[in-house]
Design a protein around this ligand. Structure first.
Ligand code: TRP
Length: 452
């Protein structure tokens, strides 16, 4: 998700990277990074599994109280460090071992790519099926989904995602495809609003909206708190060094608080609209809202089938979502690639080929676990896909965020100045970074681990 095609000349040994975003370019890129499969696919299925409205409130609370302060922290750390998570962590803390904490983010990005590419592949398949009309030949979209995920087709679609991503990287047109985001993100919004008009007039709309927006706290379990926190991190692209790396390309005079608010508002808006589309649809067509990672792929075809020109809208929607997902894949790959290039002096091509092959070795069994041959191979109730989805979002990303709060709150003294904030806002932010965000993260971890 960025212009990190740096030739050596753009990385100064002392000053770090010398590449810069334009102001508007940065805000768009940051919103582009946060809006993706996380809002449509993950947000809706996790909310559905956690009973709806009360979980949505919890998600908003996590976004505001922990997510936005950490986002601001990542941007500040990146801008002051002018490099990837590992180097910026050690530079600003003044201690080399802090780099090891930054390394958690690099591993998280690597692992997220393995299942993110699975879902991105599904999106491509659904785009093709929607345009050809084949998707609408049956009305039992659950059966269509089950048959598709149990077949070998997802493997090929995932390979397609790897190949497309690889070509984009090899051609170095990453900055070109990033410009796509300027079309894709507003384009998705337009289609979503059109869909919204349809889904809000479905028979089950009232019931769906009530499920999504009316908080019924009896639906929450303790794991919900962990999942809401993890989802907020995933959705804002936090805890894996991605926003931090973006921060490295931001001009000093740009307002980080304005960027933080824009990204938070954009991300929340897409999640809200996604929920307002999915839940009325599930209630109208008798789809269980807690049916898991397949939710949007079962619900959306039903919504498109109920719309005029549904196959065209469906095709367009899934293509835009696939492009949004591919741009996220580029950013995810870039995190370990940037690390390898700097650490071992590999060239970009060598580092990319190495990272992509290593990713694919893990991505293949992950795809087979998502409805395919390995889906019944479980360990403590979760298969490989579920484990990676769960551990990265709910453990590794909050942990990456925790390190940022400690660095900003206690170790690096220049954080306040870097943000350019003053007075009450600055105090509130520092207070959150020192006490509220880290304590909440730790409490949720301890409680989940059964220690308190
Ligand atoms: N936030 C993205 C989404 O909602 C997913 C994501 C998480 C991501 N971390 C990232 C994308 C890092 C790019 C880079 O889909």
């Amino acid at each position: 998700m960025s212009n990190k095609q740096e030739s050596p000349s753009t990385v100064d040994k002392k000053a770090g990277t010398t590449e810069r975003f334009s102001s508007a370019g940065f805000i768009l890129a940051a919103i582009g990074s946060s809006v993706g499969l996380g809002n449509m696919w993950k947000f809706t299925y996790v909310t559905g599994q956690n009973g709806g409205g009360a979980f949505f409130l919890l998600f908003i609370a996590c976004l505001l109280i922990v997510g936005l302060p950490v986002l601001m922290g990542e941007l500040a750390v990146g801008r002051a460090g002018r490099g990837d998570a590992v180097i910026s962590f050690s530079k600003l803390s003044g201690k080399k071992w802090w780099g090891a904490l930054g390394f958690v983010s690099v591993v998280a990005a690597f692992l997220v790519m393995t299942f993110y590419s699975t879902i991105a592949g599904w999106t491509l398949h659904y785009a093709v099926q929607s345009i050809s009309g084949a998707l609408f030949e049956s009305t039992d979209y659950q059966a269509v989904y089950d048959t598709f995920t149990a077949s070998t087709a997802p493997i090929w679609w995932q390979i397609a995602i790897f190949i497309i991503t690889g070509i984009v990287i090899a051609k170095g047109i990453s900055s070109g495809i990033e410009k796509f985001n300027k079309i894709v993100i507003p384009g998705l919004l337009i289609i979503l609003v059109i869909m919204l008009v349809r889904t809000l007039t479905l028979d089950g709309a009232a019931e769906g909206i009530r499920y999504f927006l009316y908080p019924d706290f009896s639906q929450l379990t303790f794991t919900s708190a962990l999942e809401a926190l993890g989802l907020a991190f995933f959705s804002l692209s936090l805890g894996m060094g991605a926003m931090l790396t973006y921060g490295a390309y931001v001009e000093k005079h740009q307002s980080l608080s304005a960027a933080t608010l824009a990204v938070g508002a954009g991300d929340l808006a897409y999640a809200l609209i996604a929920g307002l589309i999915i839940f009325p649809t599930t209630f109208t067509f008798g789809i269980a809202p807690n049916s898991g990672p397949g939710l949007v792929f079962v619900a959306l075809p039903a919504a498109f089938a109920a719309m005029p020109f549904g196959n065209l809208f469906g095709g367009l929607f899934f293509i835009l979502l696939a492009i949004a997902a591919i741009t996220s894949c580029l950013a995810l790959i870039e995190v370990p690639v940037a690390y390898l290039m700097r650490k071992y002096g590999h060239g970009r091509t060598k580092a990319t080929v190495f990272v992509m092959i290593a990713m694919y070795v893990l991505a293949l069994p992950v795809t087979l676990a998502a409805g395919g041959a390995l889906s019944d191979v479980t360990f403590a109730g979760r298969n490989l896909f579920d484990w990676l989805d769960f551990v990265t979002s709910n453990i590794m990303l909050p942990l990456g965020g925790l390190f940022v709060t400690i660095l900003v709150g206690f170790v690096w003294k220049g954080a306040g100045e870097e943000t350019g904030m003053k007075g009450w806002w600055l105090k509130a932010w520092l207070f959150s970074m020192r006490y509220i965000a880290p304590i909440l993260i730790v409490l949720i971890f301890l409680k989940y681990a059964g220690i308190i």
